[in-house]
Design a protein around this ligand. Sequence first.
Ligand SMILES: [Zn+2]
Ligand SMILES: [Zn+2]
Length: 380
Amino acid sequence: MHRQNRSKYQYHLNKNYFLMKKTALFTIFWTLLIGPAIAQDLNNTPIPGIDKESFRKEIQLPDIPGYKTLKCDFHIHTVFSDGLVWPTVRITEAWEEGLDAIAITDHLEYKPHGKYVKGDHNSSYEIARPLAEAKDLILVRGGEITRGMPPGHLNGLFLEDVNALDKEDPFDAIREVDRQGGFIQWNHPGWKAQQPDTCIWMEMHQQLFEEGLIHGVEVFNHTEWYPVALDWCLNKNLAVMGNSDIHKVTAHQYHLNDSHRPMTLVFAKERTKESLKEAMFANRTVAWFDGKMAGPEKLLKALFKASLDIQQFKDSNKLKIKNIADMPFELSAGSQFNFTIPALGEVYITVPDKIEKVNIRNLYTQSTQCLTIDLKELTR
Ligand SMILES: [Zn+2]
Ligand SMILES: [Zn+2]
């Protein structure tokens, strides 16, 4: 019995030995033949090309004479208030979407993740700053003063210390922004949760304005457009603002492949934070969203003219128009003359003899008024 078992064991050993020898020869043969093609680390084999590259999509908007056109978003949330993302994600998104400057503006008075996310009112800025510097993105320190209407919600921008805005009286918080040399923006004045049927400039806003405590108003916020607020800005000499007020990941909110978040275009002397601030206090801004731009006539005209390369054919009314901007322009002059110059596109048009002026329907110079331009001015 014992012997029999031993021989059986011997037989298995021999069988394994021949099997191993055969397998080794087989492996050597195939390794020599196709080895280089299938050589791989069986413990961890990287899959080439599977990692998504982070890249910046440049927004094509020309500079205007004397100024650089900076693409900005001055209203953004993170987990440090009611946003859903970590501050550094806001930097990567903005950089990939081609922005030049952003402000993270977490609510001072509303922090629903506070049980889990500690820190203070400066934390989101401080966490995001190193990545912003590495990506050469201008990061503005900000915070959102979050009160019932009036005065509603106001962003303090270009702050030194957001914690100092933590005050009971909204006037004291707003005055603190001013004391720090900050820019005060009235956010989403027509937000239905606070002004259900209207978008009204209230007595308290007048008081703030008279004290020099409102510097700009959002005409675009998130997915909304408040035409009446454009009239306030232009009539009261305030900066016209357009911002995302993003809480989710931007790619979950906007169609980023063929569109973009709401932005404020700031026409600054240099691409620096100081220059940006100077330009905003000087009201050199235009709000941009949903194929519309809204702002002062002078700036819209300068941007429109800088966007077009026009060639007039000799002795004819035929024009070749090339648009170098990521923005379509909808032109009209009466019912006979309507056409769109597509974003980054080129068109040939023949201008009827009697037409001297054209309206650019998607460039708003007032709530119900668009930019009008003399055709001679374009072709000169
Ligand atoms: Zn708000
Ligand atoms: Zn907000």
